[in-house]
Design a binder for this molecule. Structure first.
Ligand code: GRF
Length: 223
């Protein structure tokens, strides 16, 4: 895949991962171009962030559609208008359906605040605290029809500290997400992480290696 990967971001919330992508692009660490930000929530701060940068925004609100399938078809069409090479789900709080999956095969990635396959679904940091694990982290993975079940592309480990609760752990994990997600997007842009036909890093790729060995570095940098 050539440089300047066209990326669309789907976000429901704060948009700190979107912000991290933008910062990495500005700093020349991520060879991507953000072609649009879509949300299922009109009030998503991520939309404000995008508008401030003159990045096209779209809202596809579930209440405007008869059912989930109709919403999914509309979402797929809305994403397709932006003609992205890659679609990044960064805090998108709905499950995309078959229309989106079929339209962007192996072109949908999600960032999740746990080391999958542990703690899929909502409140992964809270699940990690409840389970008493000492190490958690974040995962960037391909999206499939399941909930946080697609092939893992990259992960970073984060320590769970004795005083942590769900929000404090999530905040630490998010700092790792902000490094990992732009690195993965850049690896896809540079062709060193290939999503076809089966996700894999090129064998001799230094950048891919650095993504994969990120956990100990991030571990030392946390707190
Ligand atoms: C992130 O922690 C991500 O892993 C999860 O939702 C959160 C989104 O945060 N899927 P933000 O909106 O990017 O700040």
């Amino acid at each position: 895949m050539s440089a300047k990967l066209k990326v669309a971001v789907l976000a429901s919330g704060r948009g700190s991962n979107l912000e991290a992508l933008l910062a990495a692009i500005d700093a020349g660490r991520c060879a991507a171009e953000l072609v649009g930000v879509l949300s299922d929530r009109a009030a998503a701060p991520a939309l404000t962030l995008a508008s401030a940068r003159a990045i096209p925004t779209r809202t596809v609100l579930p209440r405007d559609y008869a059912d989930r399938d109709a919403w999914d078809v509309a979402l797929a069409a809305s994403i397709a208008e932006l003609a992205p090479d890659l679609v990044v789900l960064a805090g998108f709080m709905r499950i995309v359906g078959s229309a989106v999956l079929a339209r962007f095969p192996r072109r949908l990635v999600n960032v999740h605040p746990s080391l999958l396959p542990s703690f899929a679904g909502i409140d992964a940091p809270g699940q990690a605290i409840a389970a008493g694990v000492r190490i958690s982290g974040c995962t960037v993975h391909l999206v499939d029809a399941g909930i946080d079940t697609g092939p893992v592309l990259a992960q970073a480990a984060v320590p769970v500290l004795a005083a942590d609760d769900g929000p404090s752990l999530h905040a630490r994990i998010q700092r790792s997400e902000h490094a990992l997600l732009p690195a993965v997007v850049n690896a896809i842009a540079m062709g060193t992480l290939m999503l076809d036909p089966r996700p894999r890093y090129t064998a001799d790729d230094a950048l891919g290696e650095s993504v994969l060995v990120a956990p100990p570095l991030l571990l030392h940098r946390a707190d």
